[in-house]
Ligand binder design. Sequence first.
Ligand code: C2E
Ligand code: MG
Ligand code: MG
Ligand code: MG
Length: 282
Amino acid sequence: RVKEQGRNSFEFYTPEMNEAISKKMKLEIGLRKALDQNELKLVYQPQMDVKTGRLCGIEALIRWHHPEWGMISPADFIPLAEETGLILPIGEWVLYQACVQNKTWQNEGYPDLRMAVNISSRQFQQTNFAETVKKILKESGLDPAHLELELTESIIQDSAHAISTMHILKEMGIHLSIDDFGTGYSSLSYLKTFPIDTLKIDQSFTRNIFINQKDASLVSTIINMAHNLDLKVIAEGVETMEQLHFLQQEKCNEAQGYFFSRPIPAEEMNTILQQQLVTKEL
Ligand code: C2E
Ligand code: MG
Ligand code: MG
Ligand code: MG
């Protein structure tokens, strides 16, 4: 039996494995076309100042709408994009779109906001990443102070190159934040040396503030630690008024989540920006 299998090596794959592989290949072929076929777009989620209740930033999040398969979550295709290297053209497209959109809103007279963009580790490892960012800022005309790059702990753990890239970006005036903070199993020592502005408390902690006392403790501890290190804190995944009150009480700087708004298309964001303009004038 074993011998037979050895001759036809494909028999090592169970039908389930074959199916999983071909599904992945289909997804990959689809993803290769997605950029050219305009199937990718960005949605935007407001980030609110906890003290004033005002809009202070926006996170750009990618969406893939396939004509037959419908909406595919970034959680399903970003890992594949990373694996295949497609994240490089896709990531560059995301960065460009987000910068142009922010600049457009500024040109339309809305108050200046920070645009946060997620950067994947393969993108950040590129030797010319900082150059690419610089080029995109120039092309879009966006002030670097209005761009924030969201990095994960896994990115920075790595290399001397990653650290020097962070310093170059920081010197350009770009904000840097750590996304999903607290989930990366990494040592905290990087916080004292890396040029980071903001910690984003992962939504798994926010979600459980009133479910598990330990999550509440972790949230307050992260906020206090960040402030002691002169870092700003933003809580992700805020869904209820109670969670917001807790964050206010703990002096968290900013909050983001369905309580304020789901990620929405640019046209819908216009309405929110319009309201901000009105409150500003009052
Ligand atoms: P993330 O950067 O941590 O983004 C937060 C995710 O939480 C988003 O999911 C957002 O839609 C969702 N979210 C926001 N508020 C709430 C809330 O109150 N409750 C709940 N349950 N969820 C909330 P999304 O858009 O599906 O993105 C998932 C992840 O995919 C992102 O996590 C990010 O890691 C990655 N991603 C998204 N867009 C990009 C991109 O343009 N480039 C890269 N490299 N990664 C991206
Ligand atoms: Mg993010
Ligand atoms: Mg996150
Ligand atoms: Mg993330």
